[in-house]
Design a binder for this molecule. Sequence first.
Ligand code: S3P
Length: 191
Amino acid sequence: MEAARGAGPIPVRSRTIALVGLMGVGKSTVGRRLAKRLGLPFADGDIEIESAAAMTVSDIFAELGESEFRAGEARVMKRLLEGPRMVLATGGGAILNPETRDLLRDRAVTVWMRADLATVAQRVQRRDTRPLLRGRDPLTALTAMAEVRYPVYATADLTVDVTGGAHAQAVEAIVEALETHFAAHEPEVRA
Ligand code: S3P
């Protein structure tokens, strides 16, 4: 039976795979590849917000402010998490919203992509698209963010360290962790 809206937890194998974690850990790139690997559709929370608002994330922050961005982000997360199963790359702050967190808990398998902060700081320097880092030393800003967010990310169903190695390795590490998780929570029925 299709789970109704607000019906609480849905079966583990029917859930969206939601990648959570700090900006710059590779949620979007790895998510896209993971979706291909699993034969699932892919969505990127930030891109969905941008198309819903017809504005870039940077412009939303600059023109409407962070609280409007967060409200839009929560609406987009709700729509995606109440929709069909997919791989979903969430924006780094999405899981901080309590309603989004409840939806993730009930309708997604959450995967915290965790990487060494110095590595993340190096990665985010390649692009200037993140309003929360603008004009700040990336390592200092990310360290402060990690202090607040790591306890929340740590509530994810799975944690996968993606510090070293290529994206392909991260994909395989996530697939492996998911298989273990599915087997433990919902063993496949044998014929
Ligand atoms: C944010 C992360 C960004 C984007 C926005 C805010 C955050 O997404 O949603 O700049 O609060 O961590 P990515 O994690 O995809 O970079």
